[in-house]
Write a protein that binds this ligand. Structure first.
Ligand SMILES: [Zn+2]
Length: 203
């Protein structure tokens, strides 16, 4: 079974390590370093067992993809074919939908907001509030679902919110949310989201 992976290892290894999951790679690197120390100590060799180190890294990454913790990388062509124009522009090109135009800014139904790119669960309607901005606003995300990046575009210092699984752009996070709920405001584009209703609608 292992031999069949060997041809694909360098390609997937590089893409995952460099583009998709840097924090995880950093973790693997520290695991690899510990293993390297271990093998050097017992074999009395100066050079680490590079092949073993790479192989173990690949197995960790392979498991992470298989268990759904990270998504397989897709090229821009595949994203373009898969998404309609608006979600593509926002999720993949970091665009922004105009205020009061998205389908969820005024949605008050109970349910879960998933990522329109990969389907990961991002926000619960329990954390949604009316910010008056015209974009869906939340005080908190589902733990581990959203990552943050510093965004210095348009001469502003903002914190970008991205999906932790597919790395799609969701919106920004600001510190002016309701104080009694932690003070955060996740300002999210409707077209980055896919709403799943909980239960049935009242008639
Ligand atoms: Zn996603």
């Amino acid at each position: 079974m292992f031999i069949s992976f060997s041809n694909t290892t360098p390609c997937i290894y590089n893409i995952l390590a460099n583009q998709v999951y840097k924090p995880f790679h950093a973790y693997l690197f520290s695991v690899g370093k510990a293993l390297k120390k271990y093998f050097c100590h017992f074999s009395k060799k100066k050079n680490p067992n590079a092949a073993l180190y790479k192989f173990l890294n690949f197995i960790f990454l392979f498991e992470a993809v298989k268990s759904g913790k990270i998504a397989m990388p897709k090229d821009e062509k595949s994203w373009k074919a898969e998404l309609t124009e608006e979600p593509y522009q926002v999720l993949r090109k970091r665009g922004e939908e105009p205020a009061f135009t998205g389908k969820y800014w005024d949605n008050k139904e109970k349910g879960i907001y998933k990522c329109a790119g990969c389907g990961q669960r991002l926000f619960s309607s329990k954390e949604k509030f009316d910010s008056g901005t015209g974009w869906p606003s939340f005080t908190e995300a589902i733990p581990g679902a959203v990552e943050f990046h510093q965004d210095n575009s348009f001469f502003m210092k903002r914190t970008e919110a991205i999906c932790s699984k597919c790395k799609g752009h969701l919106g920004h996070i600001f510190p002016d949310g309701p104080k009694e709920k932690g003070g955060k405001r996740f300002c999210i584009n409707s077209c980055s989201l896919d709403f799943k209703l909980l239960g049935s609608r009242k008639k």
